[in-house]
Design a protein around this ligand. Structure first.
Ligand code: GLN
Length: 249
């Protein structure tokens, strides 16, 4: 059984971000693993964040980030405790930015982040300077090099990342034309790659699911080794090859 908390699904859901949850559900279902996705949004009853295996926050425009910021701050302790206990955090774009120190928008307004991580994000004064388009990165998150394809659209330029999710092979990443993309720890993937992230990159989905399953088994008192039954990812891999060929040739 995998329990997921999808935060602010009604406010932070750009470019199909909720699709990432569909993919985790689907890949669990194909393997006979129960997967429950609860939602939390502004002013709802405070959940027990530590009772989840995964906390997910999607991306949103500056306005939505402002709308949720006070409520998110109320959740800080709960999210921090969950993270400290090893709950996996999957954070996309606006969600990624708000776990850092702050996000400063194009008008200079600062939204305080939860400060879980050291990075910070500043948008350029010109709203036209955005990092938009397809992106390819290479990550070692799964223990082997994987080329990850995705889509980014952000004004914010993120600095101060010591452990990125991957190296940029095509596109922008943390800053305009930067070498690195996202932020990563054993139990964190924070990235500018939006909703198709897990649909397009099955290894990343399975890396997250494997982490959650192994942790759940360990927590139940068992030291049994666990492997995810493989799925047929022929179509996903073919789609990705087309994109890699188009973007990296
Ligand atoms: N508002 C933020 C930015 O433009 C995040 C956008 C997003 O989540 N796509 O940088």
């Amino acid at each position: 059984m995998i329990k997921i908390l999808h935060m602010y699904a009604d406010m932070l859901d750009l470019y199909g971000d909720s699709g990432n949850m569909e993919i985790l559900r689907y890949r669990c279902k194909m393997r006979g693993i129960d997967c429950e996705v609860d939602t939390y949004s502004i002013d709802a009853e405070m959940p027990d964040f530590t009772s989840y295996d995964l906390i997910y926050i999607g991306g949103g425009a500056d306005l939505e980030q402002q709308h949720i910021s006070a409520d998110l701050m109320k959740c800080r302790e709960g999210i921090k405790n969950a993270y400290d206990e090893g709950v996996f955090l999957l954070l996309i774009c606006g969600g990624y930015q708000l776990m850092g120190k702050y996000y400063r928008d194009a008008d200079g307004n600062e939204i305080k982040g939860l400060g879980l991580f050291d990075y910070y994000t500043v948008a350029p004064q010109s709203r036209r300077k955005r990092c938009i388009g397809n992106i390819v990165i290479q990550t070692e998150k799964t223990g082997a090099p994987v080329k990850v394809v995705g889509f980014e659209n952000h004004g914010g330029q993120t600095s101060g990342v010591k452990t990125p999710f991957g190296k940029v092979l095509y596109g922008n990443g943390n800053c305009s034309k930067s070498e690195n993309e996202g932020y990563c720890e054993d139990n964190v993937i924070a990235t500018y790659l939006h909703g198709p992230l897990l649909a397009k990159n099955p290894e990343i989905s399975d890396d997250i699911l494997l982490y959650c399953m192994q942790r759940a088994i360990y927590k139940s008192g068992s030291d049994e080794a666990y492997e995810l039954p493989p799925l047929d990812d022929t179509l996903e891999n073919e789609c990705r090859s087309v994109m890699l060929e188009r973007l990296l040739k």
